[in-house]
Design a protein around this ligand. Structure first.
Ligand code: SF4
Ligand code: SF4
Length: 422
């Protein structure tokens, strides 16, 4: 099996195919702290792509309540358990947060879903460790919504007393998910028909339904369970990253690269999606003024989802501040404490970059900050804090200005003649 570089794991990794990287890679950052589970993203996707007969159970975009919820049910618990059984002593990180862009979290010592060869869990012919969810597991996309972890880990129980940061005693959080358009897609690796491919221009992973024969190897292999089988057509389908919008060929975009429907619909303004430049080994090329690069590699507030699975997912999350760290670390790796610390006490630049989320549907390639006056000085959670009303300016593919916005949001006072009782 060829070796490829997986920068999220800080090491080389076995993968069934030689490495090939796109010119730019589709990637996104979701800020979990702001998600309100309104499901606008879920419905924007559903009403665009999966509203037809045979697609009733298909939710390419979904939002699940962690830790109990999941679509399909228990997808992460199941694959992590399989990995643990196949590699009982290996699933740990040698954390090193001082290290470079090539290995920002240290090194993952365990085997990935491509590297286990336990023939009990994985047949000789299967290229990837995985499982096929049951029909029942696909049936309830929003199971256990808002069910918290209570005293002694009891589901839906509540602590009698109040709770406060840094960690809540009673907790849950919303995890919004789409296909991660992975750099090393497990779905692609597993397909015996070679029906799945990664686009060289933007790294979007697509499934050719003409080639597919419905063997469901992709459904079995994708650890995030983001390929889905359609019974009435007998082929699999998956998220297409709204590629006409991303490439600027959708009439609505007027030729400009535009973010996907689920991003554009986000009420909580938690989502930002873009196209990042890659180095020859597939790691992110230095691009200091790209907001996604800044959030992942400079501020290091956004972390990949279950990097230990090995697919090098291109979805990144700002972890929720109130959740027990052990839970978050098994989900996002060793960078969690650092990410939460930086998000909780944002510096001047981070505060400005966070204003870029959802001010426009166009893809931001670069930002600049114009310094503004200090508008607040005081203390925040026991530390001195100054707030500056900086202006952050977003630029598009051709270097044109897309919009500008400020840290301090304007206050609009409703004129007396339009006052009402609401
Ligand atoms: S998330 Fe799953 S379906 Fe999407 S590219 Fe990765 S392995 Fe394939
Ligand atoms: S639209 Fe945004 S805020 Fe609403 S559920 Fe989706 S990700 Fe969360």
């Amino acid at each position: 099996m060829p070796n490829v570089k997986n920068w999220q794991l800080g090491r080389e990794m076995g993968y069934p195919y030689d490495a090939r990287y796109p010119d730019r890679q589709f990637a996104f950052v979701f800020n979990i702290n702001r998600c309100i589970a309104c499901q606008s993203c879920t419905m924007a996707c559903k009403s665009t792509w999966t509203f037809s007969k045979g697609q009733e159970h298909m939710w390419w975009a979904n939002v699940e309540t962690k830790p109990y919820g999941g679509y399909p049910q228990s997808w992460d618990v199941k694959i992590l358990k399989m990995l643990q059984e196949a590699d009982p002593d290996g699933q740990y990180w040698q954390a090193d947060l001082s290290s470079s862009r090539q290995a920002p979290y240290g090194e993952f010592k365990g085997k990935t879903i491509f590297e286990t060869n336990d023939t009990v869990l994985r047949t000789e012919s299967a290229r990837v460790l995985g499982y096929l969810p049951t029909d029942e597991e696909w049936n309830s996309p929003n199971i256990y919504e808002d069910n918290p972890v209570g005293p002694k880990g009891v589901r839906n129980a509540l602590h009698a007393t109040g709770t406060e940061l840094p960690v809540h005693d009673t907790w849950f959080f919303y995890l919004a998910r789409i296909c991660n358009h992975c750099s090393y897609p497990a779905c692609l690796a597993a397909c015996p028909r070679k029906a799945i491919y990664k686009r060289p221009e933007d790294g979007i992973v697509l499934l050719d339904q003409e080639q597919c024969r419905g063997y469901r190897k992709c459904v079995e292999a994708c650890p995030y369970k983001k390929t889905m089988y359609r019974g009435n057509t007998r082929v699999s389908e998956k998220c297409i990253a709204c590629y006409p919008r991303v490439e600027g060929s959708d009439p609505e975009t007027a030729g400009e690269p535009m973010e996907t429907r689920c991003m554009a619909a986000c009420i909580g303004q938690i989502r930002m999606q873009g196209l990042v430049k890659l180095d020859e080994d597939g790691s992110w090329a230095e691009d200091r003024q790209n907001p996604l690069y800044y959030l992942v590699h400079e501020a290091q507030v956004a972390l990949p989802l279950y990097p230990q699975l090995g697919t090098q997912p291109n979805g990144y999350y700002i972890p929720p501040r109130w959740v027990p760290r052990q839970y978050l670390e098994q989900m996002f790796g060793p960078g969690v404490e650092r990410a939460i610390e930086r998000y909780t006490y944002p510096d001047r630049e981070l505060l400005a970059v966070l204003q870029l989320f959802r001010r426009s549907n166009l893809i931001i390639y670069r930002y600049e900050i114009e310094e503004g006056p200090r508008v607040y000085e005081g203390e925040y959670r026991g530390r001195p804090f100054s707030l500056y009303n900086d202006t952050v300016i977003a630029f598009g593919r051709r270097g044109q200005e897309l919009f500008r916005t400020q840290v301090e949001e304007p206050v609009h006072v409703r004129p007396a003649e339009h006052a009402n009782s609401i």
